[in-house]
Design a protein around this ligand. Structure first.
Ligand code: AMP
Length: 388
């Protein structure tokens, strides 16, 4: 089955075509500056489509060149927010698309773009099966004691303010692969999964299910990220508002100008590690703050899952940053966790163990692949709905 995976942002559209049965990527691409006009961009290609429908025309032409007469069988969409309704991938009809649209206030930067992508495909290829795969779905198993904030009831009943969690597709995929690496059934996996990319989150997985995660009502809560603050005292926002900063300014300060960028001047972990190794004190402090915060979450989630059987690193930083992994694990001595320096330094695209044989909890690196997970989920939903 050929599945087109779409990840639409407000002004960009990432796509990948996968042959799910062969497990291969046929082609992929990125369309940028949607709705932003020409913008004087100089790369000569796909400059500023008017809207998502026009962006899809570009994709259609690009696919035709690669696929010839082979047709796409289904489209899988990454949808950021599934609210409380969606706990698994669903076949997207008009009612489902409207339900996703009603969740727009919960993810104002992301869900409207996802809806545009779904509608653009529905009008371009009306008979194409489309599946929505939600970033929040894996976390629908989080119990109330972990998702509820200790605030007045109407925050939740009127505004849906609770903890939702994100990166669910990645956490679920990585949990399953980690279980396989340890020779466990997925439902026997208890562990802490650390998705460390530009956005970062930790998830406590017990019995193969998410029981807590560090992102909350929005993807701002939790760990120190590339440009996001993660946890802060909420009174800081009130203080800044009283100092005359607008809601939009505070939003931007915490989401785009905080995290590693604020502490070290760069949101790229490679740059921060190099600067620290060259003796830059700010970069050193940034790595200390980020690794300390992460280690605290690992300790907490070890408790949440009733004793982790694995600590798993994934995504850009988790898969590649030897130095950052070493700093995090060095803080886990109280749990009896010991890294193997040589294994940690090895470069590989395969799931692997990087802890020493005597480590009380194995430490793994398991590459994530959200597109593959979305394509496989899409194929499964379509096959179940339309038996061949
Ligand atoms: P992602 O959002 O998963 O693409 O991850 C982006 C983050 O991964 C950035 O902070 C990069 O600096 C980091 N990253 C990517 N490759 C490496 C690498 N080889 N070493 C250290 N960090 C890396």
């Amino acid at each position: 089955m050929l599945v087109l995976v779409i990840n639409s942002g407000s002004s960009s559209l990432k796509y990948q075509v996968r042959d799910v049965d062969a497990g291969t990527v046929i082609t992929e691409g990125l369309i940028e500056r949607i709705g932003l006009g020409n913008g004087g961009g100089g790369d000569g290609e796909a400059i500023g489509p008017r809207d998502h429908a026009e962006a899809l025309d570009h994709v259609d032409r690009a696919l035709h060149e690669v696929l010839g007469d082979r047709a796409i069988d289904a489209v899988g969409h990454r949808v950021v927010h599934g609210g409380e309704r969606f706990s698994e991938p669903v076949l997207a009809n008009n009612e489902i698309i409207r339900a996703i649209e009603r969740l727009n206030p919960l993810a104002p930067l992301h869900n409207p773009a996802n809806v545009l992508g779904l509608r653009a495909i529905a009008s371009k290829w009306p008979d194409m099966p489309q599946v929505a795969v939600f970033d929040t779905a894996f976390h629908r198993t989080i119990p109330e004691h972990a998702w509820r904030y200790a605030v007045p009831e109407w925050f939740y009943t009127h505004h849906g303010i609770r903890r939702y969690g994100f990166h669910g597709t990645s956490h679920e995929y990585v949990s399953r692969r980690a279980a396989a690496l340890l020779g466990l059934a997925p439902e026997a996996f208890d562990g802490v999964v650390l998705h460390l990319g530009n956005g970062a989150s930790a998830t406590a997985v017990a019995g193969g299910k998410s029981v807590d995660t560090s992102m909350g009502f929005t993807p701002l809560e939790g760990l120190v990220m590339g440009t996001r603050s993660g946890d802060v005292d909420p009174s800081i926002l009130v203080f800044l508002a009283r100092q005359g900063h607008s809601a939009d300014e505070i939003d931007s300060l915490l989401n785009r100008e905080s995290g590693l960028r604020a502490l070290a001047g760069s949101n790229d972990m490679r740059t921060v590690v190099e600067a620290a190794e060259a003796g830059d004190r700010k970069a050193e402090v940034a790595l200390d703050v980020a690794s300390y915060r992460l280690a605290k979450y690992v300790g907490a989630y070890h408790v949440s899952v009733g004793g982790a059987k694995a600590i798993v690193f994934t995504a850009g930083i988790g898969e590649n940053s030897v130095a950052f992994r070493a700093r995090v694990v060095a803080r886990l001595g109280a749990l009896g966790v010991v890294l193997d320096g040589d294994r940690n330094a090895e470069r590989s695209k395969e799931p692997r163990v990087i802890s020493a044989p005597g480590s009380a909890i194995p430490v793994l690196v398991v590459p994530t692949d959200e597109e593959r997970a979305i394509a496989e989920a899409t194929a499964a939903v379509v096959r179940a709905a339309v038996p061949s």
